[in-house]
Design a protein around this ligand. Sequence first.
Ligand code: FPP
Length: 245
Amino acid sequence: MAFQSKEDGERAALRLPVHIGIIMDGNGRWAKRRFLPRSAGHRAGASNFRTITRYCSQIGIKYLTVYAFSTENWNRPADEVGALLRLFKEYLEEALRDFMDENIRVRFIGDVSAFPEELRQLIHEVEEASSVKTGMVLNLAMNYGGRAEITRAARAFAQEVAAGRRRPEDLTEEGFAQYLYTGGQPDPDLIIRPSGEERQSNFLLWQGAYAEFVYFDILWPDFKTSDLDEAIRIYSTRQRRFGGV
Ligand code: FPP
């Protein structure tokens, strides 16, 4: 492939992660600094989500998982939750038109059954419509929590055992991973968290066991494609030992 620019050439010299996870944090603080309602921060964050998703697809990332709504986010004030749900609806409608042109396959991870019927329907339509796509897989974590995901997987395996289809001693780590929402996908290599917080916050608990974490003191709506490049550069310099030496 001919390199289009110096940046393309530099990126090719780096080790590109196969799977990136992003905790899109800091929308509220971004809005507060501008004396705007928190919902304005989420709107700016959603717009940036589109920019960064497109960019990841363009530079050849194979899997991108973004944390859009956690199982704990229901505890926010009702008007903020309502604004987020409206934003999801709007963006999923757009995604139906938009990501479709870009060969991105959209999957949802999390308990989407808790969302209103209209949103569930859209989620279903986006998944169906993009299932034929062969490019980057975009996992949207919505009503997602790592502990809830692991509990759900354990329950599903226990049900198989109770039904006599599996034996407890047959369970392996690889086998268990198949019961997670991300079954069949590679684990994230790199997890990025902007906003200055340095926590995992129940995101990809099982899958992130060996992920490299890169934190930025930048709020999510201000996180640029050049910051993503920087995260990949940092990731490239890390030595991953997976418990070895
Ligand atoms: C965390 O910032 C962000 C969220 C809880 C929502 C993330 C959602 C988006 C970026 C919209 C994505 C849209 C789609 C369609 C996927 P925060 O509110 O916790 O920020 P704070 O820590 O500064 O208060």
